[in-house]
Ligand binder design. Sequence first.
Ligand code: MRU
Length: 346
Amino acid sequence: MDDQHDSVRAVYWSDDALHLLDQRRLPAEEHWLTPPDCRSVAAAIRDMVVRGAPAIGIAAAYGAVLAARERYRVDPGNWRDPLRRDLEMLRQARPTAVNLAWALEHVNASLGGLQGDPEAALLALAQEIHQQDVAANRRMGELGAALIGAGSGVLTHCNTGSLATGGYGTALGVIRSAWRHGKLNAVFADETRPWLQGARLTAWELVRDAIPVQLVVDGAVAHLMQSGRVQWLIVGSDRIAANGDVANKIGTCTAAVVAHHYGIKVMVVAPASTVDLRTPCGADIPIEQRSAAEVLQLAGAPVAASGAGAWNPAFDVTPAALIEVIVTERGVVQRPDTEKMAALMS
Ligand code: MRU
């Protein structure tokens, strides 16, 4: 790895196998899994072994390699249709992050041109998707950091770093770059209940990469912003609609509304693969509902009154009107709207 502020990778392919760092066990334990087939990859995505929009797209592309291996071995004369069914099964693993569908559409589009054993060609495609994501993150890191004034404080939500992407990160990539350029005097991460991506994952990554971080509870966001300690809220996205509305981890909209109130700028950082022009606006984005147990328990131990129910939407939608800038590898969009998003993607 090339520098002290970028040491983590959570998804890689080696020795003919996919390797996934089990994010459910962090920060207590660094435990790696090698899913043997595409069904195990789909389960790993569903169960949050691997999570974060770009990372699940990349993992699914490697999952397609495992599927192709199996289908070609079973019937070298008829692997395409069964493989397409496997791709659909992978696509359904999580509904909100469009990067998953995007990566699998690329795999699907490549199938028609393949002759003989498809494994090597699909592996090359998965590796290309992976490498392009890292390159996009580095580019976004520079573009986003350039917008941040010296001596700034930033708040981030969820985990958008190397764990959530092919490497480097989206919002956390901007924070890495801004830190490297000496622009930040404070980095805050909120805990991100219920799954604690901020406390367990973002803090783990930043500590490992020698970037000082202070955790705040989710309920401290308004007080933090009121205190003058942060000038930017910097977040990632799971899907950006055609009008610039942004789906991201539950709690993002809360933080953005508060940021708007206190005049703190909101930066959304996401690769072009997160922009979904086929979804007109935020209300059309499917929001994943997850198990009530994630709210009622913490690390498997009950924290709520026995008998209470829970509603657990995993994402929310921040309206474009609350967003100062969307940063992609294609460039930045100030105050996004339908026209500007279309121009970006054209
Ligand atoms: O449920 P998760 O942990 O997969 O949610 C992740 C997020 O919401 C991230 O902010 C988003 O995927 C952008 S990551 C680069």
